[in-house]
Design a protein around this ligand. Structure first.
Ligand SMILES: [Zn+2]
Length: 81
């Protein structure tokens, strides 16, 4: 079981585990871990501020693990207006 990350300081954030309903803390690539009975792990892109959704099959059992955070291009210093 993943331990609660509440109270921890974010560094790179990689390896942090999130549950459905929690807010995405950083845009980037997340590894999705399902109940292995219905599907294998895969990757998705999540955007800062959006909530992680429940799975249509395993519901709230799905977990999102931050693999690689990346700033959205709109907030990157090189592209800001
Ligand atoms: Zn699932």
């Amino acid at each position: 079981m993943a331990r609660s990350s509440s109270g921890q300081v974010f560094k790179s954030g990689e390896g942090q585990v999130f549950k459905p309903g929690e807010e995405c803390p950083i845009s980037g690539v997340y590894r999705v871990v399902h109940d292995p009975a219905h599907t294998k792990e895969h990757e998705v892109t999540c955007v800062y501020g959006e909530k992680f959704p429940p799975c249509n099959n395993c519901g709230d059992h799905v977990r999102f693990v931050l693999e690689r955070g990346a700033h959205h291009v709109d907030v990157d210093d090189n592209f800001k207006m």
